[in-house]
Design a protein around this ligand. Sequence first.
Ligand code: UD1
Ligand code: CA
Length: 453
Amino acid sequence: MAEWLTVILAAGKGTRMKSALPKVLHKVGGKPMVQQVMDAATQAGASRNIVVVGFGGDEVKTAIGEQAQCVVQQEQLGTGHAVMQAQGLLAGFSGTVMVLAGDTPLLTEALLKRLHQEHEAKGAAATVLTFIPDDAAAYGRVVRNEAGQVVKIVERKDATEEEAAIREVNSAIYCFDCKALLDALGKINCDNAQGEYYLTDVIGILAARGDLVWAVVADDHQDTMGINSRRQLAEAEQIMRRRKLEQLMDDGVTVMDPASTYVDAQVQVGRDTILYPNTWLEGATVIGENCAIGPDVRLQNVAVGDGCTLHFLYGHDCRVGDGVIAGPYVHLRPQTKLADKVKIGNFVEVKNSSIGQGSKIPHLSYIGDADMGAGVNMGCGCVTVNYDGKQKHRTTIADGAFVGCNANLVAPVTVGEGAYVAAGSTITKDVPAESLGVARARQTNIDGWTKRR
Ligand code: UD1
Ligand code: CA
């Protein structure tokens, strides 16, 4: 199929957000709105995105990075004027240009595909995506002739009473033949109620000169919802969240309480996993099959294998193998790797450490900067003393080692394979394999002391 590209309008200030952050950088479903729009367009097949930035332009440009070409609209003189800023980048392009707004985060790949395909199939000069809301409010009215062809779009403020009564409205998403768009843009003016260059006037100009203008009516008008306020932001967040959970449920995941389960758009969850209430799965998190996650679990960028049970736990930027049981009250910090069948629980923090297969850290421990082998047993209250005030040092605990309760391992130090550390020891020297390390004062009992006291 021929190459097509997008122009995404994102120059507006978004006054009603009452925010120092440009509107299109507010997040919905864990991603800035403009990112959601770019992703939907790219998934639908756009080969290139051009973003028109204005208010907070540098910040928006930084957020977009290499993903799109940005052009700056210095003054916000209207949606038509915004598209004009992309003229330079469109010159010489002869395919389809889809124009979108950067504040419609609920757009779907399917809807944009449908708009693009119908536009191409009809060979239209322009195709408008319309919808029929309960309240047409301030949206532009779509005026059709008796034959049902789109004749023009009239903004609410410019509408006659008869036009204002039209229920079909403009979503501000369109496909244009690039050449037709550029021709018509050269003919628009700001002779209207708002004194702006309206992109919508392009539709009337093309229809008047006899070009075919087509309309695609969106079935679900939630998809085209534009965000102008924090209230609408919260509404969109809820819709997005619900959609993600429904997709997971359709794919075989049990979500016990959708109202208290928060899953970002890009998160993956395997079949027969159960998400218990108050679970947050964020960023690049991936969960395997047959897991029980929650209640009260927050995972950010965590890869979890199959058959794990995680409850009352916070994990970020780490990896968890298969069959791991962790919680309650566990903190897994960045660069932590738990191999298969590891068991961690009851007030344990693990940081920048790899824990070998089947090892257990069941109670009240801090394990930081450690390399732990397989089948290790850590007693209650063990600490890797990893920081000397200037530098971090590593602790090695080899396969099958047994560290008694309340031991401090002062790094750098190694506990050898199959070695034992006596409870209450402060280990400052390596413990060789198959040996016992004891580092504590011997106990003395003083006879009759209580009476003499
Ligand atoms: C626009 C449409 C209207 C449609 C509605 C749907 C026009 C004239 N009207 O109205 O028919 O029903 O969207 O939401 O197009 N923008 C810029 N630069 C500007 C002006 C706007 O980049 O100079 C961007 C905004 O940041 C926003 C988008 O274009 O993302 C739409 O602008 P907005 O002012 O919200 O248009 P509406 O008046 O709502
Ligand atoms: Ca708007």
